[in-house]
Each structure stands twice: as C-alpha cells, then as structure tokens.
Design a protein around this ligand. Structure first.
Ligand code: GSH
Length: 219
C-alpha cells in the first residue's frame, strides 16, 4: 500500500548499481513510482535519449520528483524517500539517531562505495588504484565487523542506511572482495538479503543485469 500522496517520482537506475538502495527503500515504503533504465556505459535511455541531458553527471541514482525536479546523490535521495514515506519508518526520529544515520550514509558512500568498491569494480581503474583501494578495504570492513557484532541493523531498526550497505556488499563477488573474512558482515548480508524488499530488488535487478550483459555481448 502506498503511504504517501507523493506518487510522481521516477527513479533513474542501472541494474545492481547503487540505485538498488533507493529501489529497496521504495519497496519498503510500498511506493508506486516509475523506474527508468539507464545504460551507464553509453549514457542512453532505452528510447535512445541522452541521459546527460537529464543528469549532467551521467550517474545513477537520480530521482525525478514531479516533472522538473531532479535529485541526485544516493545519500540525499535515500533521506528524501524516508521523509516522503514516514509510515515506513526508514529513518529514526530523534536528532542524534538521525545524525547517526547520516554518519553511516556518509561512511558507506565515501569510505566504501567510492573509495573501495568503485575502483575495484572498474575495469578501467589502474592496477595501482586497485591496490590503493584494497589497502583501504580491511580497516573499513573491520569497523563494520565491530559495529555489527550483536546487532541486527546499522541502527536500532532497519533504515535506508541498511538498504545502501547491503547494495554495496552485494558487489563483493564482482569486485573480488571476500566478505566471508568478516563473519559478522557476511551474516548481516545473508540475513538482510532474505528481507522481502531486498530479495525482490536483487532478484529483479539480477535478471535485468543478465539481460543487459547478454545484449552487450551480442552487440
Ligand atoms: N556520488 C554519487 C555516485 C553515484 C555512482 O557512483 N553511481 C554509479 C553506479 S553505482 C554510476 O552511475 N556510474 C557511472 C558513472 O560514474 O559514469 C552518489 O552517491 O549517488
């Protein structure tokens, strides 16, 4: 059931990219919105239009709100979704707990997503860049391992930060990161991927990802 009157949203996404976090948050909220596929290699939509004309960074996620408002940056989009669908309780209410949510969104975005996983995933990243990211990986995963010990979620309850973290941990295999080295992190990931919103989002985007790969291989 949709829990907000704000139903004029369109999420620009790429399969299994960081935009999956927003999809999970929207599924948690029961939001009925549009989803538009972006080929992040060619920066084209399915109808051939140039995505740079929509988002000059050419990145996903981007959330179109109404007809002419574009919100970018996963951390901002996730907080906007949480605030637009308050009944889903995707972010805490108390100021300090909200600050903790932002702390984790910042950590996931800058310390994990951009500093570690993107260079490891990017076939164009130089060997030295990958080595730098690998060197940064252990301390960041150790911090997660320590924090997640004895906890179900990053905060007291499920939040958009969990949607983002599970999205990034989902890149473990593709990036050559064995998250099994951090058992609490692995258990957290395994537990969260059973959550219905996450299982559905990953299954749908995995199928789209395979289609995309097959299409590109055939081209
Ligand atoms: N700072 C952006 C980064 C988003 C980002 O890195 N998106 C990736 C997919 S996970 C992307 O669109 N990559 C294509 C590109 O950078 O050209 C955010 O946090 O939302």
């Amino acid at each position: 059931m949709q829990q907000s009157t704000n139903n004029e949203m369109n999420l620009y996404f790429a399969p299994l990219a960081c935009s999956l976090a927003t999809r999970i948050a929207l599924y948690e909220a029961g939001a009925d919105i549009e989803y538009t596929y972006v080929d992040t290699d060619t920066k084209r939509l399915k109808d051939g239009s140039n995505y740079f004309e929509i988002n000059p960074m050419g990145q996903v996620p981007a959330l179109c709100i109404g007809h002419d408002t574009l919100l970018t940056e996963n951390a901002a989009i996730l907080q906007h979704v949480a605030e637009s669908f308050p009944d889903a309780a995707l972010m805490p209410a108390a100021p300090l707990e909200r600050a903790r949510l932002r702390q984790w969104l910042g950590f996931i975005s800058t310390e994990l997503h951009k500093a570690v996983f993107i260079p490891l995933l990017d076939p164009k990243a130089a060997v030295e860049v990958k080595a730098y990211s690998r060197e940064k990986l252990a301390r960041r995963m150790d911090v997660l391992q320590h924090h997640l010990t004895g906890r179900e979620f990053l905060l007291n309850d499920f939040s958009v930060a969990d949607a983002y973290l599970v999205t990034v941990l989902n890149w473990g295999q593709a990036s050559g990161v064995d998250i099994g080295q951090w058992p609490e992190v692995r258990e957290y990931y395994k537990r969260l991927t059973k959550r219905p919103s996450i299982a559905k989002g990953i299954a749908e985007e995995w199928a789209m990802y395979q289609d995309e790969q097959a299409r590109k291989a055939a081209a």
